[in-house]
Design a protein around this ligand. Structure first.
Ligand code: PMP
Length: 316
C-alpha cells in the first residue's frame, strides 16, 4: 500500500513474499524514516483465528509516524491489511498452544529525495511468519544483564515509538550480553543511569510484597501493548500496580521480575546481573504473579477464556 504527498494511502494488494523495489535515495535507506509493528494471530480450538488488539498497533504506528514526519495508513486500513494478510496465510497459523503467526507491519519513506527532508512517498507493507518462543530458554526464566554503557534512548528522542533506528544502536550491547551467556539486556535511563527503562524488545515489571511496579511511560520506553494489557489484567485480579520510576536497587531487591511483549509474551526473569553482581530471585524466576498474568493473558489470546475486555478480534 502506498501514498504520495497527499498522505492518503491507496488500496493495497496481496503479493507473494519476496524482495521489494526501493529507490537508493529513499527516506528509509538514507535517513531512517521507518517504523515497524509486531502482533500475533492465534488459532482457537475451533479452528478460527484471533488477533489481539490490532487497533492498538495501528494507533502506535500513527503516533510514531507523527513523531517521524511520516504519513501513515488509517486505523481501519491498518487492521484491514492485517486481516487480509492473516487470511492469505491461514494455513501457517499453528494449532492452539503451539505458537502463533507473527505479523510484521512496516512503514517506510519510499520516495527519493537527496536532502534531509520528509520523504515524498510512503510504503506500508506486512509480512508474516509462524513463531514459537522468543528466547532460547523457551518458557524457562531468562537471565538479564543491566547495561551501564549504552543507553537505549535519550529524553526527547524516539525511544517512545517503534522506529527502526532504535534497534541498531543497542545491538552491540545485546551481542556482548549474549556472548557472556545472558539472554538479553536491561537498559537504564540515560540521565541518572539509575532507573529501569526496558529490555531490547520487551517491558519490565518488578514485584515486591505483592505490589507490581513498572517504569512509567515518559517518551523513552515503548508503550507496550502487552504491558498495558498485563497492567489491566493484574488490576482486575486485585493486584496493586504502580507505573512510576523504578530504581535498579528495587529491581535487585524484588521478589519476582518478569518481562512483557508481543514476542516474549510474559517471560519470567531468573537472574539479574548489575555491575558484576548477580541476583537470583527467590521464586527462581517463575513467580506466582508472572504465572498468573501469563495464564490469564494467553488464555484470552487463544480464545480459551471469555474476553470480557473486548481485546480479541475474530477474523474468520
Ligand atoms: N519495548 C521494545 C523496545 C519493543 O521492541 C517491544 C516490542 N514491540 C516492547 C517493548 C513490547 O511492546 P508490545 O507489548 O507492544 O509488543
Amino acid at each position: 500500500m502506498k501514498c504520495s504527498e497527499d498522505g492518503i494511502f491507496s488500496e493495497g494488494e496481496l503479493r507473494r513474499y519476496g524482495p521489494i523495489e526501493l529507490s537508493p535515495a529513499s527516506g528509509v535507506l538514507n535517513y531512517g524514516q521507518g517504523l515497524f509493528e509486531g502482533l500475533k494471530a492465534y488459532r482457537k480450538e475451533d479452528g478460527s483465528i484471533l488477533l489481539f488488539r490490532p487497533q492498538e498497533n495501528a494507533l502506535r504506528m500513527r503516533m510514531g509516524a507523527e513523531r517521524m514526519c511520516m504519513a501513515s495508513p488509517s486505523v481501519e486500513q491498518f487492521v484491514e491489511a492485517v486481516k487480509l494478510t492473516v487470511l492469505a496465510n491461514k494455513r501457517w497459523v499453528p494449532p492452539t498452544g503451539k505458537g502463533s503467526l507473527y505479523l510484521r507491519p512496516l512503514l517506510m519513506g519510499s520516495g527519493a529525495l537527496l536532502g534531509v527532508s520528509p520523504s515524498p512517498e510512503y510504503t506500508f507493507l506486512i509480512y508474516a511468519s509462524p513463531v514459537g518462543n522468543y528466547f532460547k530458554e523457551g518458557s524457562a526464566p531468562i537471565n538479564l544483564v543491566v547495561e551501564n554503557d549504552y543507553p537505549r534512548a535519550a529524553p526527547g528522542g524516539t525511544g517512545g515509538v517503534k522506529a527502526i533506528g532504535n534497534y541498531a544502536p543497542v545491538m552491540k550491547a545485546q551481542k556482548k550480553a549474549k556472548e557472556n551467556g545472558y539472554s538479553d539486556v536491561l537498559y537504564l535511563d540515560s540521565t541518572h543511569k539509575k532507573y529501569l527503562e526496558e529490555v531490547s524488545a520487551c517491558n519490565i515489571f518488578v514485584v515486591k510484597d505483592k505490589i507490581i511496579s513498572t517504569p512509567e511511560i515518559k517518551g523513552t520506553i515503548l508503550p507496550g501493548i502487552t504491558r498495558r494489557s498485563v497492567i489491566d489484567i493484574a488490576r482486575a485480579q486485585g493486584y496493586q500496580v504502580e507505573e512510576r520510576a523504578v530504581s535498579v536497587e528495587e529491581l535487585l531487591d524484588a521478589d519476582e521480575v518478569f518481562c512483557t511483549g508481543t514476542a516474549v509474551v510474559v517471560s519470567p526473569v531468573g537472574s539479574i546481573t548489575y555491575l558484576g553482581r548477580r541476583v537470583e530471585y527467590e521464586s527462581k524466576g517463575v513467580g506466582a504473579v508472572s504465572r498468573e498474568v501469563y495464564s490469564a493473558l494467553t488464555r484470552l489470546q487463544m480464545g480459551l477464556a471469555e474476553d470480557k475486555m473486548g481485546w480479541t478480534m475474530q477474523i474468520n
